[in-house]
Design a protein around this ligand. Sequence first.
Ligand code: CDP
Length: 216
Amino acid sequence: MKNLVIAVDGPAGAGKSTIAKIVAKKLNINYIDTGAMYRAITYKCLKNDIDVDNEEEVKKVAKDTDIDFRDNNIYLDGAIINDEIRTIDVSNNVSNVAKIKEVRYLMVDVQREIGKKSSVILDGRDIGSYVFPNADYKFYLVATPHERGARRHKELTEKGYEVSIEEIINDIIKRDEIDSNREFAPLVKAEDAIEVDTTGKTIEDVVESVLGKINL
Ligand code: CDP
């Protein structure tokens, strides 16, 4: 049987990863958080004092990095970095790393390889528009900036991070702007993607509307 590819795109904090994780479990397929890959490169740069605006240096880091997903963990050069990549510091810098074309080429290669080998749901910004233009299903999740900020704030404070809601909303708005305006593979709704507005909806509601569109 052909591998199934499901793309879930949308702006920061629209609930993509929460929904994609649950859908992956229900359908018993793999889940790839492509944002985590860009975050991992960003984390490595920050840790090694590399200026994320120095494209040449960032490209070198990306080339020299091994990223892997296993058992719901993300590995950076062999070490689990699930929590380290969620800090506001990484969030504030990741869009500058993700706009570098060569970095994207490297990440996209890994994503396409995974899609070749197994059925998978991927969440990101350019999955339906660029990485898998022939995906079987494409979803584009949106919500108001305020709701996205409030959700992310809850998530981070539950993990023990001290960060204000204003700071998070600012980060989200800034990242959306950089992600939407970059030259190569920007954040965009693919023409054939199904838009789901998650504002005011529960996780269960959104999962139900996504699963309702998938016929296996
Ligand atoms: O979870 P959240 O919506 O905050 O973001 P994320 O999915 O972890 O992605 C972090 C950042 O990585 C985004 O703001 C983009 O700059 C970049 N990204 C990208 O360029 N392309 C992707 N396919 C996924 C993420």
